[in-house]
Each structure stands twice: as C-alpha cells, then as structure tokens.
Write a protein that binds this ligand. Structure first.
Ligand code: ARG
Ligand code: ZN
Length: 846
C-alpha cells in the first residue's frame, strides 16, 4: 500500500549504506498468485559509513521467514520495509517472502504479461520482490535459481545449471538491484552471435511469444551493429557469454537495460516491413543501441543515487544519437532531435514541472525519467564535447571508464574526469546540471571597417537566481553572394553579455548563428524575412537552413493567426526551391515540408506574449496546407511519383527518406483529390509505412470509413498494428471529432486499457490532437481526467506520466485554464490517489 503522506527525498541528505554485500543468492518458486522468493545475503560492515539501524526496503511482501546466521528472527515490519537488530560484524541474512505477480497491475517488480513472468525494477521495483537495500550504490553479484514449469527461465549474467523444472544463472559483475531481471514463460528465440574485438563469442537471443519470431531480424541486426559500433567508437567490449533481449507486451516504458537481459516493450523491438513503419524501424534501432550502450554507461559504471540519473541517461542518449547519426544522416538526426527537444523538453523546462538536469529533491523517482534528465542531459554532454573538442572528449571518456569501472558515481565524478584530463575548470559549466529553465539568447550585430561584431546576451525567464551559463555558440558567416566567408567557429560565451568580433571582411556578412543547435537555448534575433530566406537558400549548415525555414513557417502562421494575413508568398517560393532540389537528401526535404505543430505554435505565441487560440491555430495550419497544395498542384504528383521505391523494402536512410518525402507530398495531394491517390496507395501498399501513411491521409480527408474497417480486419490479431489503428483515428481526425472518437474507442472490445501501449494509443493521441484536446467546452480534458482517475488504481506510473499533458495549462485563455485546473483538482481530490500522481498534480497546480 502507498504511503499516505509522501516523503520528500533530498540530494543533500545522501548517506552511504552501512554494509557491503559481496554476493546475493535468490531462489524463485514461481506461481502466479503465490511466488516464493528466498534470499540469502552476506552483509559485511562498511568501514567508512556512518552508524545506522539495519533497514531493508520491502513493499507489498508477505514475510514467511527471516533468519540471521541461521537463527530465526522477528523483524519489525512497516509498509516501507524491515528493521531488526544485527550482529556487529559480518552476518548472513535470509528471508523467504511471498508475492503475487498475477495481481501486480502496476507492472513494477515481478508481474505477469500474457501468462509470462517478467520484471521491471528500475528505479525502485526490486523492493517489491524481496527485502533488500534497494539503492543503486549497493552493488553485488547475483546467483539466481528459478523453479517453475515454464519452458524458458532467464535471469542476468551467464547460464548455470538447468534441469527438470529449474534453471540457474550467475552474474559475475557486481550490480545494483535495479538491474536485476527475471523472465519465465513459453517463449521462442531468434538466435544470433557476435565475436567481440578480443575474439570472444557471444550468444545473442531475442525472446518473443510464439508467432512473433518473424519480427526479430531487425532487432538482431541493430544489436549487432550496436555492439560493433561501441567497440569501434568507444572501445567498449561486451562482457558476458550471452546477451538476451525479451519482448513484453505490457510494459510501462520503452525498454530496460538489465544486465545481460534487456527487457523491451514489444513495440520497441518487434518489426517487420508489413507491420512496422520506417519510423518504427529507426526507433527500434536507436532503443536497442541505447539499452546495449547502458552496459557500460549505466551498468559497469552506475549511479550513486537517483539524483544522478542523468549520469547514465544523458550520456547514453548522447551515445545513441551518435550511433544513429553514424548509421543514417547526422543532419537529419540532429533536426529530428531538436524538434523533439522543443516539443517535449522545452514545455517541461518552461512550465510547472521544470527541474534541473540533476534534480535536488523528489517524492517519486519514477516521475523524473523526463525529457530534461534524458534529452537535455544529452544536450549538456554534446556541449561539453563541443567545448573540449573531439579528441579531448575521447580521452576523457577513456579515463572515465578506467577510473570508475565497477563504481556508483556522481556528476562530480563525471566532471572531474574532464577537468583532470583537459585541465579545464568546469565550475561554471556545472550550472547546466543545477539550473532549471531554458536560457534565452539574444543577439545584436555591428558592422564597421571590415569588422563584424556579434553581441550576445543571455537570461533565463522565470528563474530569478539563474547565473550565466557557458554557451558554445557555433557561428559561420556568409558573404552577400551566399558563399561562406568564415567557416563554423565555436564562440564560448560565459558572461551575461559578451561580444565577439570577426575581422578582415570585405563586405557585411550574413551570420549563421547557433549552427547545429550548438546549445539548448531559445535564440532571439530580430531578422528580416529576406535574411531568413537568404539563409534558407544558402546556409551550408543543414540545421540552420532548416531553422531558417522553420522561423519563416512560424512567422507565417503567426501572422495568419494574429493578423489574418494570407500565406507568405516569398517564403513559399523559397521553400519550393528546396523541396524540388533533387540534389538534396529526400529526408531533409521532407523535414523542410513539415510545418511546425500546433503545439509548437502555441509555445511560440506564448513566448511572444500572445495567448494561443487552438481553434485559430488549427484553422491557420489547415489553410496554409491548402494554400501549399493549390500553389504547387502543378508538380506535386510528379515529384511524388519520383519518390517511388522500386526495390524490396529496406528500412535504411535511403529508402525511408524517399518514403517520407512521398508521404508528405501525398498529404498535400489529398487536399486536391479528396483522397483518390491515398486510397490507391492504401489499396496497393505492401508495407506499413505506405499503408499507414495513406490511411492517415484518408482520416484527414474524412473518407477513411472503408479503409479503417479493412485495416482492422487485416490486422485484428496484431496488437502492435492495432495500437496504430487506435492512435491514428484520434490523432488525425478533425478536432471537433477527437474527444468523441477517443470516447467511442474506449468502448471498443479491443480497448484493453490496462495495457499501457493501448491506453497511450488512445489518450496520448488525444493529447496530440491539439485543438481536439483543447476543445472549448472541456470535453477533451474531462475525458482524459476520467480515465487517469481510473488507471491510477491499477498503474500509477503510466498515469503519472500521462499527467504531463496538462503541463502547458497556463499558456491558454482563462476559460480553458479554469477547465484544466478543475480537472487537475478533481484528480488531486480522488481518495487513495497514488504517490506518483499526487506529486505530479501538486507540481502541476503549484
Ligand atoms: N533505464 C531505462 C532506459 O532508459 C528506463 C527505465 C525507466 N524507468 C522508470 N521508472 N521510468 O533505458
Ligand atoms: Zn536509458
């Protein structure tokens, strides 16, 4: 049961645990409603830890027996754990507990999904399995015996003995309990193998439910590519005889890096051309890499406490983004990452959920697996690398692995490695870990006697105490004819206000500032539309070329909304040049064609002091899209035809870029032909990218009825494809229908609301339908709050995560604010509300 009055945990209160554990022995006797867990642990006093009572975490456990050095004891039990007197020196502690995995709907600890046993322990789920010091700085080797009739029984490390009804595993690498995993069930495997750089043979397996074997090849390919890449780029070799991945249908998150036994949400590993889109393939490749990379950044070197979460997550996200850049296009990856950062991290940093990359307090740590910790955490590493340079970064990382292998570390340890290997003082840089909020960077320019001077000023809105940050600002200069006259140079800004001069120039240049989005800031610069068009046409930096276009698109939509103007002709002309330029990567052209989302526009207007009106934003994007389609009607069809792929399906960058551009063009064409081309593509599609893309166009056109039915008929038996079916209808429908449709779908026989993927398919999509969610009468808010209240009783973690869709509530008009606030208050008032959701709602309202 949850604690009635949640406790706040503070970073500054950290104290080491009073004992060390060399080895843990666990025995599991599996049974759905009465699994027995026997543990035997040797505790040795930790020489330099402060005096403390002996306390082990434990939640929702039935204690059957406890003993110290073989003598039975009766410990004091509380909802949080167990306390007892212990001998002064070393001792062996044994417990036997009973748990009920089949009744565990929170999907944390040991639970069941489709008859299969599986675990999720990060952050604090192990305490729902047995009594243990469930904190990341307690590291031990684990020996595990699993008893049960399930044909496949897996745990961490290397396989030991197995026989009739049991299997044993031994993990030789000391690890914290959050990396423990157990899986048992009727599973089949897709095998593979990898020979490491020192010639060791590693057996690879992807374990899935029977019937999913044909969806494993891509995951295996991605795993092998990741293993090879981490050897080549970071010199990191895998360290066990086996590496297992398991696909689980009911999972609160994307995936989990348990040592030697990664557990994945099936949506993040299973793929086939018929059932998965190009975007799915790319995401799977990235997540497989992310979890694999954790083996070094997370597992071999872990976190001292949960405040240090970004130590492993920021770094691992950074590493997986490098991997994707190497496998695909670095420019396209960077643009995609910035779109994502602005869509997910900026609203968090600029609203009531704002927190530093390294938070300093929390009530429920699961609420801090955020875009700030992950994505801003990765941006901070990217800045560090930009500041010290690639070679120094590589050296620092070598030192990090050398110095800290086998340890539980802090951000201080991480920065010390850079300080020691480069001699650079990182005191000011460290503010990136402690100061919340998005810095705004304004710039003015001056031109005199061949010298061009840029003067920058930084401030962080909403953060009174913010000190100036270290900002790496990548700048290049273009001459009047569009040639680059000064190549990219990284300016290092450390003051509140600072100037940088470029001399020896023959003519006043056009600056290209913050190339590659070299720092996660909001750039404020009053530039003319013609200068932006110039950059759109000439910038050699792909990111800034895209950014110039994005600025123009935002300005165009803003003027349409606030002044009722017509779409900007000059911009559309310049954009046409880029979209039709077939020397450019089709994936890049597809990104140029995509408009800012309505949520992005709402953020943009709010930043400019304008209250966003969701209905007006929807109307403006529709009319802009219609204008684009009408204006370009002469060539849309031909260019789309040129994007046709005449080869067997391949999820790589080449083909998927073409399909992305083709898909964007089809969406425009649908505005001219009422859906005829989309229907034809839907009918002929032999892969999910084409099929789903066409279906989305039909939903948008309102002519989806027959296609939706056919799609459901075809894919009835495939949970992951049916998630797309649920999601698409809500996300792509006209706003006035969104809430009604979501509501109707909750009555569909396949709406299994306890499955997080299905719940998110409907309600995550409702929140993404901006004007639909923000329907003036509050229907969208009410429906979502009703379901959050219902889900909280079963699954607090997924409920709490979804509460963040309300984080922008203060941006909107008074009437909408009042409606959202009322729903948040209704949630808050629910008796027995979980600690997770209580914390979220309190912060949202605070
Ligand atoms: N460490 C996992 C990953 O990034 C995610 C775990 C999420 N846990 C949580 N409690 N939200 O790959
Ligand atoms: Zn991670």
């Amino acid at each position: 049961m949850k604690d009635a009055s949640p406790q706040t945990i503070y970073l500054e209160d950290y104290t080491p645990f009073g004992w060390r554990i060399a080895e843990v022995h666990l025995t599991f006797r599996l049974a759905p409603h009465a699994t027995r867990v026997l543990s035997r642990i040797r505790f040795d006093p930790a020489p330099d830890a402060p005096e403390q009572d002996f306390f082990l975490h434990g939640e929702d456990l039935t204690l059957i027996r406890a003993a110290i050095d073989g003598a039975e004891i009766t410990p004091a039990l509380s909802p949080q754990g167990l306390r007892c007197a212990v001998p002064d020196g070393s001792f062996t502690f044994e417990t036997e507990v009973e748990i009920a995995p089949a009744a565990n709907t929170a999907l944390e600890g040991l639970y069941m999904s489709n008859g299969m046993y599986c675990t999720q322990c990060e952050a604090e789920g192990f305490r729902k399995i047995t009594y243990y010091p469930d904190r990341p700085d307690v590291m031990a080797t684990f020996t595990v015996r699993i008893e049960g009739t399930e044909p496949v029984k897996l745990s961490n490390g290397n396989p030991g003995g197995s026989g009739n009804g049991y299997a044993e595993w031994h993990d030789p690498w000391p690890k914290p309990a959050y990396l423990f995993a157990l899986v048992a069930g009727d599973l089949v495997n897709h095998p593979g193998s990898f020979t490491t750089m020192s010639g060791k043979e590693v057996a690879l397996n992807i374990w899935v439910r029977p019937g999913d074997e044909n969806k494993c090849a891509w995951g295996m390919e991605s795993l092998i590519a990741s293993m090879r890449w981490d050897e080549k780029v970071y010199g990191r070799e895998y360290d066990l005889d086996v590496f297992n991945i398991v696909a689980v249908d009911d999972f609160n998150m994307g995936a989990m890096e348990n040592k030697g036994l990664n557990v994945f949400n099936s949506s993040c590993v299973l793929a086939s051309p018929e059932t998965s889109t190009d975007a799915n393939f790319e995401r799977i490749e990235a997540i497989i890499a992310h979890e694999y990379f954790h083996n070094w950044t997370g597992n071999r070197i872990t976190c001292r406490d949960w405040f240090q979460l970004c130590l492993k997550e920021g770094l691992t996200v950074y590493r997986d983004s490098q991997f994707t850049s190497d496998m695909r296009s670095p420019e396209v990856k960077r643009i995609g990452d910035v779109i994502d950062l602005r869509a997910r991290q900026f609203p968090e940093d600029q609203g009531p959920l704002s927190h530093p990359v390294r938070p300093e307090s929390f009530q429920e740590i699961n609420n801090f697996y955020t875009a700030t910790v992950y994505e801003k955490g990765a941006e901070v590493i990217g800045m560090l690398k930009r500041l010290v340079g690639d070679d120094a970064y590589a050296k620092a990382l070598d030192l990090y692995f050398d110095r800290h292998d086998g340890q539980a570390c802090t951000i201080e340890d991480w920065l010390a490695v850079f300080q020691d290997s480069t001699g650079r003082d990182l005191t000011q840089f460290k503010r990136w870990y402690s100061q919340p909020g998005t810095p705004h960077l304004s710039v003015t320019e001056d031109w005199q006697d061949g010298t061009f001077t840029l003067t920058f000023a930084q401030h962080t809105p909403g953060q009174q105490d913010a000190q100036p940050q270290v900002l790496p600002i990548a700048v290049g200069l273009l001459g009047p004819n569009g040639d680059e006259v000064a190549p990219t140079r990284v300016l290092e800004m450390t003051e509140t206000r600072q100037s940088f001069a470029f001399d020896g120039l023959g003519a006043r240049p056009v600056p290209s500032i913050l190339r590659g989005f070299s720092a996660p800031v909001v750039l404020e610069r009053a530039t003319s539309a013609s200068e932006k068009s110039f950059l759109l046409a000439h910038d050699t930096d792909a990111f800034n070329r895209w950014e110039a276009n994005r600025d123009l698109a935002r300005a165009c939509l803003e003027a349409m909304v606030t002044e009722g103007t017509e779409p900007d002709d000059a911009w559309l002309g310049a954009l046409e040049q880029v979209v039709r330029d077939d020397t450019l990567d089709p994936a890049f052209r597809a990104l140029m064609l995509a408009l800012p989302t309505q949520a992005e526009m709402a953020q943009h207007l709010h930043a400019n002091g304008v209250t966003p009106d969701p209905d007006a934003l929807y109307a403006a994007s529709e009319s802009l899209r219609n204008a684009m389609a009408a204006r370009w009607s002469g060539w849309l069809g031909d260019l789309r035809a040129a994007c046709t792929v005449d080869a067997p399906y391949d999820p790589g960058a080449g083909q998927s870029g073409k399909r992305a551009l083709g898909g964007a063009l089809l969406a425009l064409l649908t505005r001219l032909d009422g859906g005829a081309a989309a229907q034809a593509q839907f009918d002929a599609a032999d892969n999910m990218t084409l099929q789903l893309g066409a279906l989305g166009c039909l939903v948008q056109a309102g002519t989806e009825h027959a296609a939706l039915a056919r799609f459901a008929e075809q894919w009835r038996g495939d949970r992951l494809v049916m998630d797309k079916w649920f999601a698409l209808q809500v996300a792509a429908t006209a706003p006035e229908n969104a809430a009604t449709r979501a509501e109707a779908l909750t009555r569909h026989p396949d709406f299994d609301w306890k499955n997080p993927n299905r719940f998110r398919a409907v309600f995550g999509s409702l929140a993404m339908n901006h004007a639909g969610f923000h329907a003036r009468d509050g229907r969208g808010y009410r429906l979502l709050a009703d379901w959050l209240i219902r889900l909280d009783e079963k699954n607090p973690q997924t409920t709490a995560r979804m509460c963040s869709v309300f984080q922008t509530w203060r941006r909107y008009d008074n009437a909408r604010q009042a409606l959202m606030k009322a729903e948040l208050e209704r949630l808050a008032a629910k008796p027995g509300l979980s600690r997770d959701v209580t914390e979220m709602v309190t912060r949202l309202l605070g």
